[in-house]
Design a protein around this ligand. Structure first.
Ligand code: PLP
Length: 419
């Protein structure tokens, strides 16, 4: 590379990732094939529109790329329609609102401080500014409060019920959620960004056939490049005709919301990399991978619980743990910093009913997808639980944190990033 500054920074980031433990649950390590597609000439091509209906010439190759990505997404998840053009999760969610509701309509989503995403109706996000957002919470036990949700649906009559989370360690009961949406005839949107890889592996129930629309980012447990899929059933209608908001018209509504609604040209290099990741996710090895993510998270949870850590909901069913550190007399921010010095990357996070601010919350959130990609299993999780405990207990002891960092680097060297 001629740009030495960027070359060095890329090398530094690769070193940071390889020498440490990436435990942010929304992160992962992609394969060499995904990286190759992402760094390809496909990025040079403009192709506004959809395969066979583009506003640009020279799209015969990228049409094939996008069709392949769409077909693989449909087969993997078992739906009749997939839009693969969303630039990332947030714009994909924006497209879903745009497709299904009008500005000012009531929408209902999980509050950010209780594990929801900003795009699920946070008042400072477009979803809370453009729409009348009402927000549900978890109960004191950290579990979704389905009764509160049903009562809220009854009272507020949202037109769209958004379900999904960035920091929720338990299973979503899609059938119950469908019943809640049906109380007021709301569209049920499942945002499975965090858990898509687990859904594919059969390690989390699938919302397919229950939710009206499913959105997932492609870069978390699904282990692809940054990007998004919007999945639904229905039939694409005549491109020249108006499409009413009916379940049958969902493919048309979603596609039109992406372009011309919100986006311009698709990122073809990204689409190709998504196609590669979807092929990888369709293998038996990926099923084992998804199952192992959960086994690892459960082992880590058991190890930390045994050391007196207060896990929100008492444990995990998926890829992540949310830890309330109040009883350890350390804030989430201090813990994130100490673990970082030891070479373990996590993020500070609010816990349900957190008395502290989101900038300095009571908890941390950590997960196993990236470590599992590197081939780590239960034994390593036990070892890591011990290191996390030491770093948190002695968080001001720079020497100890430095020693931990050296030990962690030794373990990390045994589990290289994917080639
Ligand atoms: C549940 C959920 N939805 C949407 C998003 C948004 O994805 P992106 O960061 O790609 O915009 C995230 C990302 O953290 C998420 O966790």
């Amino acid at each position: 590379m001629k740009d030495k500054k960027i070359e060095e920074l890329i090398a530094a980031e690769v070193r940071r990732q390889s020498d440490g433990l990436e435990m942010i649950p929304s992160e992962n390590h992609t394969s060499g094939d995904v990286l190759q597609a992402l760094g390809s000439r496909l990025t040079d091509k403009y192709s506004e529109g959809y395969p066979g209906m583009r506003y640009y010439g020279g799209c015969e190759v990228v049409d094939k790329v996008e069709n392949l990505a769409r077909e693989r997404a449909k087969t993997l998840f078992g739906v009749t329609h997939a839009n693969v053009q969303g630039y990332s999760g947030s714009p994909a969610n924006q497209a879903i609102y745009f497709a299904l509701v009008n500005p000012g309509d009531t929408v209902m989503g999980l509050h950010l401080y209780y594990g929801g995403h900003m795009t699920h109706g946070l008042k400072v996000n477009f979803s809370g500014v453009m729409y009348n957002s009402v927000q549900y919470h978890t109960g004191k036990d950290g579990y979704l409060d389905y009764e509160e949700m049903a009562a809220m649906a009854q009272k507020e009559k949202p037109k769209l019920l958004m379900v999904g989370a960035t920091a929720y360690p338990r299973i979503f009961d899609w059938k119950k959620l469908r019943e809640i949406a049906d109380i007021c005839g709301a569209w049920l949107v499942a945002d499975i960004s965090h858990i898509a890889g687990l859904v594919v592996a059969g390690a989390h129930p699938s919302p397919v056939g229950i939710a009206d629309v499913i959105m997932t980012t492609t870069h978390k447990t699904l282990r692809g490049p940054r990007g998004a899929l919007i999945l639904c059933n229905g039939n694409p209608s005549n491109p020249l005709k108006k499409a009413e908001r009916t379940p049958e018209n969902l493919p048309t509504l979603i596609d039109r919301a992406i372009i011309p609604g919100l986006q311009g040209g698709p990122h073809n290099h990204q689409t190709a990399a998504i196609a590669v990741a979807l092929r990888e996710a369709a293998t038996p090895q990926f099923k084992d991978y998804g199952q192992q993510i959960v086994k690892n998270a459960k082992t880590l949870a058991a190890g930390l619980s045994a050391k007196g850590y207060d896990l929100v909901t008492g444990g995990t069913d998926n890829h992540l743990l949310l830890i309330d550190l109040t009883n350890k007399q350390i804030s989430g921010k201090e813990a994130e910093k100490a673990l970082g010095k030891a070479g373990i990357t996590v993020n500070k996070n609010t816990v349900p009913f957190d008395p502290r601010s989101p900038f300095d919350p009571s908890g941390i959130r950590l997960g196993t997808p990236a470590l599992t990609t590197r081939g780590m299993k239960e034994d390593q999780m036990q070892q890591i639980a011990g290191w996390i405990d030491q770093a948190i207990t002695h968080y001001t002891d720079e020497k100890l944190l430095g020693n931990l960092r050296a030990e962690i680097k030794e373990l990390a060297a045994l589990f290289p990033l994917p080639a």
